[in-house]
Design a protein around this ligand. Structure first.
Ligand code: GUN
Length: 273
């Protein structure tokens, strides 16, 4: 069965739109885009389109690659203090001369719709409710829940340990009582870990999931998105090979991508809570 992120994301966006229409004041999301990385530009554009659809005000702040860290930090401070702005997102990756962790830490945790600040990450880690959960893992949980996939007690394998996906994904699965294995470039016998899992979530950016699954009800979530040698968008999972032995699989495109955007809009609408 296909985990149809496109259609589930439409449902989530409709719920967000209904909610936004009842809010006393319009949420206002500021998206900071630095430089002109083509992939980041597309992501930011998609976020803006989704915000328009659900009635959330969005402002894209385009800054040049050459911007200094200090100016960027001052801008974030200004947006933190601006009561009209309810959400702040700095599109990653950043140019190498800017310290990503300093930038993320500068965002007010209550405006941190990405859930990347130390306060929100720490809250998730110690079992306090964060103000926001990171969009991609939250969107994946929404997708699994929509298909009523049991998480409690499941053997979940997360491939990749990034701050954006792998680490928060592992925390969120733990919170739902899965048994979580986090795999990365130093992991031994990756294939045997994948094969025996109930849930596999791959966020690497390489065709790394290429085996038959042992369990016919296993669930494969593909977070990877990159261009193959023919220039076609593809994911981490060899879809034909893996889908013949798994129960559920998310496609690329049309799986996790749209769920991430819908989940971000959910976060952007949550500011008044
Ligand atoms: N770059 C890739 N994914 C993300 C994301 O979820 N948030 C931000 N801010 N940048 C990203």
């Amino acid at each position: 069965m296909i985990l149809d992120g496109k259609s589930v994301s439409i449902k989530v966006l409709e719920l967000v739109r209904d909610k936004v229409s009842t809010l006393p004041k319009l949420p206002h999301l500021v998206v900071i885009l630095i430089g002109d990385d083509p992939a980041s530009k597309i992501y930011v554009k998609n976020k803006q389109i989704a915000a328009q659809k659900v009635g959330i005000k969005s402002t894209i702040i385009n800054l040049p690659d050459s911007i200094s860290e200090e100016i960027l930090l001052n801008k974030i401070k200004e947006y933190n203090e601006d009561s009209d702005i309810t959400g702040i997102l700095v599109q990653l990756p950043l140019p190498v001369h800017i310290d990503k962790n300093k930038v993320v830490t500068a965002i007010s945790p209550k405006k941190d719709v990405d859930g990347f600040t130390p306060e929100n990450v720490g809250r998730l880690a110690i079992g306090l409710e964060p103000y926001f959960y990171p969009a991609t893992p939250q969107g994946i949980i929404m997708l699994l829940d929509e298909y009523k996939i049991p998480i409690e007690g499941a053997d979940a394998v997360v491939i990749g340990r990034s701050n954006i996906v792998g680490k928060p994904m592992a925390q969120m699965l733990l919170k739902r009582n899965a048994t979580v294995t986090v795999c990365h470039s130093y992991t031994k016998n990756l294939e045997s870990k994948i094969k025996t899992a109930d849930i596999v979530i791959s966020a690497v950016g390489n065709k790394i999931v290429r085996c038959k699954m042992d369990k016919k009800n296993s669930v494969i979530v593909d977070v990877g998105i990159f261009k193959d040698s023919n220039g076609r968008l593809t994911g981490d999972v060899d879809f034909d090979l893996v889908s013949s032995s798994a129960g559920y699989i998310s496609p690329v495109p049309g799986g996790v991508g749209p769920m991430t955007i819908a989940s971000l809009m959910y976060n952007a609408s949550k500011v008044y809570e």
